[in-house]
Design a protein around this ligand. Structure first.
Ligand code: ZN
Length: 155
């Protein structure tokens, strides 16, 4: 008897879910509505986390001290996203970046924009590792991460 090839079929599994935001992110989102960016500070090592965390991943100390950080910071890493992918919520093209805001010690993932992103060479001249960016707020606040519309390069 000839060896039978395994049969396959293609399917798509969709798993909608809702997550409880929790008190730390609720505070963070509520203050974004007031155009303030807050982080939590570890009393032991002094590091400031943006976005905030409930405990320090290095010291395992609970963090309940809030500090306001600057609305300007440094690009630590970035990528131009110009291909659609499953579950994508932002319109392409967009620049996903990790930004260390002044007064914080961690990278904050958000997008960089405010200029033409269609041409990669243009993006490369505007966005560089270590370059400075500042917050551009959305006009309509919903108490979410997109209350910050994007970060724009500082000239
Ligand atoms: Zn710590």
């Amino acid at each position: 008897m000839a060896k039978e090839e395994p049969r396959e079929f293609k399917a798509e599994v969709v798993v909608p879910y809702e997550l409880a935001v929790g008190r730390t992110w609720t505070t963070f989102y509520d203050t974004l509505k007031e155009e303030k960016i807050l982080g939590t500070k570890c009393r032991k090592c002094g590091r400031v986390f943006v976005p905030p965390r409930t405990f320090c991943p290095r010291c395992f100390e609970e963090m309940d001290e809030w500090v306001e950080v600057a609305q300007e910071g440094v690009v630590e890493t970035w990528a131009l996203i110009n291909m659609p992918f499953y579950g994508q919520q932002l319109e392409i093209p967009f620049v996903s970046a990790q930004i260390r805001l002044d007064g914080s010690d961690t990278g904050f993932t958000h997008r960089i924009g405010g200029f033409d992103l269609k041409d990669f060479e243009t993006v490369r001249t505007r966005v560089k590792l270590g370059s400075r960016v500042r917050t551009v707020w959305s006009k309509e606040k919903k108490g979410g991460i997109l209350d910050i519309d994007y970060f724009e390069p500082v000239k």
